[in-house]
Design a protein around this ligand. Structure first.
Ligand code: GLU
Length: 556
């Protein structure tokens, strides 16, 4: 009769090493007490999901704050889903967000003593472990076709039993080694399954760093650990890799909680200590009916990290926002630290909520404005230019017309005590500042200007003529505004809101109305940066020319 050993040799004749050899090759890491080894384990599916950025950010943070190691492992064993070259892209996107691995897969190369860090290159490691499981009778080859599996499922449905490949339904458990060997020699395709010692009527205790202790059904499924293409499944690769890469803490999405009993069982069967686990909540959105749903790659542009980059958001804004989802005390902390030095913040697992957070674009915008306001004009110019070169030819063209002019525009109320937070991203800058450029201004006014309908064209013209003649730019902001007030007063406009409200019938409006008319005339928009500075940059001549152009248009 054929022994397990002989069967294992028949299946993996080339595997000469055993688990002890692997233990020696990948020794325990020499780390200080408390140092965490974490990993980000993306599949190369061609895009970085905002949820994955969240996971990788936390993995990175936990390792950094404990003086541990953060590494990246590329999980490419699902050959159907893989997209060539997307691993490199993933790594370069992580880098933009300041998530730089200490070790592991780095895109075009890898670093560290626990590799290879690309799963498809680790086949012999998996085979070595599986060979041992075969020898110990903890795994076996399974020849079931999809028709066989269907038949098992139908039987279970008819008898209202738990579906799956387990216990008496695990047909290939009961085949003799002789028959297994014969079928393998005959070239019959097979997978290898783990022989589960569990029973689904039992509950086991598991621990999660976020959820604490909880009970969960024991696994009794003989899951596939080795596929017919010679690669392992996720479950098996996770256990082998996190053991031999000496991960201390597995941080991953909560979709993996359901398979935790499988993982715990595999660690036990192999006699290895399992790592600690933290299952992160998913990031959600509300659907039309107001129900929470997972941020979806198909439905939500903010599900892809590339969206934020293409729209010119400062990457730190997204990271800061994701950190507020991770730890709710972060927001107050970063406010106290003037939106700087977030690396000093201490993240704690017990402050991570297990509830899926709702993605809040308003908050991202808030952080983005706080970040962009911190740059001086040279920095903002450089950032805008880099962004333009990469993603936005329209903005680049404006910048390149006259870099100094662009800097002046972006510097309005910037390098001062209480700077104005006009911008949250570079993606709409061309639109916001386009009016500074005569050709774009011309297009705006051709599209038509929208003034407050309270005022007739004749009234607007009268105001504009007076402003053109009497409003001098040769004075400071305060005097300029006083000047505008008195021009307004001479035409029947109150100097402020209060005066107007006290006596509404005796005024045509208030100085704010005058300013709005001027703003719309000069910029084509109701909102613009501070009008005084806008006029300083446009200059007296261009400002007068614009007023004339608009008056002529209105007279037509
Ligand atoms: N490759 C898995 C995924 O992309 C990794 C899960 C894990 O971190 O273990 O979901």
């Amino acid at each position: 009769m054929m022994t397990n050993q002989q069967l294992a040799e028949l299946i993996f004749p080339d595997i000469k090493d055993n688990i002890d050899d692997l233990e020696k090759k990948y020794p325990k890491r020499d780390l200080k007490e408390g140092a965490e080894v974490t990993r980000f384990a993306p599949s190369p599916t061609g895009f970085l999901h905002t949820g994955s950025l969240f996971t990788s950010m936390i993995c990175h943070k936990v390792a950094k704050q404990s003086n541990g190691i953060f590494y990246v492992r590329l999980e490419d064993t699902d050959t159907k889903r893989g997209i060539a070259g997307s691993g490199e892209q993933l790594l370069s996107q992580l880098k933009i967000f300041g998530i730089i691995p200490d070790e592991g897969y780095l895109g075009s190369s890898e670093k560290g003593n626990y590799g290879p860090y690309i799963q498809s290159q680790r086949a012999d490691i998996y085979r070595t472990v599986i060979k041992q499981l075969l020898i110990q009778g903890k795994a076996y080859p399974c020849f079931c076709s999809s028709e066989d599996i269907d038949e098992i499922r139908k039987k279970q449905e008819a008898e209202k039993l738990l579906p799956g490949y387990y216990g008496q339904f695990a047909k290939c458990r009961f085949i003799s080694n002789d028959e297994r060997a014969e079928r393998i020699r005959n070239g019959e395709p097979f997978v290898i399954r783990f022989f589960s010692p569990g029973n689904h009527e039992n509950k086991i205790q598991v621990h999660d760093l976020i959820r604490g202790d909880f009970e969960i059904q024991e696994n009794d499924q003989d899951i596939v650990i080795y596929k017919s293409d010679g690669l392992p499944t996720y479950h098996f690769a996770h256990v082998v890799d996190d053991h031999f890469m000496r991960t201390t803490t597995v941080i991953r999405g909560e979709e993996w909680i359901a398979s935790l009993p499988i993982h715990v069982q595999l660690f036990e069967a192999l006699g290895w200590e399992a790592p600690r686990y933290a299952h992160l909540p998913v990031i959600c959105k509300l659907d039309e009916e107001g129900h929470k749903r997972k941020l979806s790659k198909r439905l939500d542009s903010e599900a892809a990290v590339s969206y934020f980059l293409e729209d010119g958001y400062p990457p730190e804004a997204l990271i800061m926002y994701l950190m507020t989802i991770a730890n709710s005390n972060f927001e107050e902390w970063i406010l106290q630290h003037q939106f700087k030095h977030m690396e000093d913040f201490l993240l704690s697992f017990n402050k991570i909520s297990s509830e899926g957070a709702l993605f809040d674009m308003g908050k991202v915008n808030f952080f983005a404005r706080e970040i962009l306001v911190q740059f001086n004009k040279e920095e903002i110019y450089q950032l805008a230019k880099d962004y333009g070169e990469k993603y936005n030819p329209e903005l680049l063209e404006l910048i390149n017309r006259d870099p100094e002019y662009f800097k002046q525009i972006m510097n309005i109320e910037r390098e001062k005590e209480n700077p104005r937070k006009d911008y949250e991203k570079f993606g709409n800058v061309a639109e916001l500042i386009g009016f500074f450029y005569p050709d774009r201004y011309q297009k705006l006014i051709e599209q038509g200007l929208t003034y407050n309908p309270k005022f007739s064209n004749d009234e607007i013209i009268e105001i504009l003529i007076n402003l053109k003649e009497k409003l001098s730019l040769d004075q400071d902001e305060q005097n300029w505004f006083e000047n505008m007030k008195s021009i307004g007063a001479s035409l029947g406009f109150a100097g402020n809101k209060k005066e107007f409200k006290e006596n509404p019938t005796s005024y045509k409006g208030m100085v704010g109305d005058v300013a709005e008319i001027l703003r719309i005339t000069l910029t084509g928009r109701k909102n613009s940066p501070n009008l005084y500075y806008v006029m300083q940059i446009l200059g007296a001549e261009e400002s007068s020319r614009r007023i004339d152009t608009v008056i002529n248009l209105m007279k037509k």
